[in-house]
Design a protein. Structure first.
Length: 223
């Protein structure tokens, strides 16, 4: 019994409705070779990356998971996805990549808050990051929490509406597709390069999970 609260027998804090982000850091000897292959592929697809204007972004088509250069990355994604499904106690393990694309952000480029509809999981793999271009922002998926915003004495994961996660080359993140995220402006003078992807249960994937945007590079959302 607490001396402060003599009426109290048991007290506990229950964490309910959590939102998880799965983070894997690939071994240097693995991701360095993989990233070299990815960079070669991206430069083959768009030899003019150096011409992206300040504040601009370029994005590839959404079928990179079919490219030979991404075989190892696809294997890592699929393996991590199975781990996620097991952690969540999901009964079906038939899940597949429905889209996979490269994003290149020039200096000053950012991306507004968004999510990835019609998929179960989404993720991003970081190929090239730099100080000032090494973070992703995750936003509170519970809209009702913004109704009352009292001042806090210290920001924590339990009272903030945004979590800024520092990322690095060779890092693989997977998160629920409903989880809104954004990218701050690239404050470096170098290109920030990442590979994004979506996953959906196979029996839904054919008709429901394709990206809702088009394939014109200058109009696609960045990651």
């Amino acid at each position: 019994m607490s001396e402060k609260d003599p009426w109290l027998e048991v007290s506990e804090v229950l964490s309910i409705f959590p939102t998880c982000v799965w983070k894997n850091q690939l071994k240097p000897e693995f991701h360095q070779e993989l990233n070299s292959k990815i960079l070669q592929l991206i430069n083959q697809i768009n030899p003019d990356l150096a011409k992206i204007p300040m504040g601009g972004s370029w994005q590839s088509g959404q079928d990179l998971y079919n490219r030979e250069q991404l075989v190892e990355l696809v294997s890592c994604i699929n393996s991590t996805a199975q781990t996620v499904l097991q952690f969540l106690k999901v009964g079906s393990d038939a899940i597949e990549i429905t889209a996979c694309w490269a994003t290149v952000n020039a200096s000053g480029a950012a991306h507004a808050m968004h999510c990835h509809p019609n998929n179960f999981l989404s993720g991003v793999y970081y190929v090239q990051t730099h100080p000032g271009a090494d973070s992703v922002n995750f936003h509170d998926p519970r809209p009702q929490t913004s109704i009352i915003r009292p001042p806090v004495t210290e920001l924590t994961s339990r009272n903030t509406d945004q979590v800024v996660l520092t990322v690095s080359d060779g890092m693989l993140l997977i998160f629920p597709s409903y989880l809104a995220h954004s990218v701050a402006p690239n404050e470096s003078n170098k290109l920030r390069i990442s590979i994004s992807f979506n996953l959906m249960f196979s029996n839904y994937a054919e008709c429901l999970s394709r990206p809702l945007w088009g394939s014109t590079a200058d109009t696609l959302p960045a990651e």
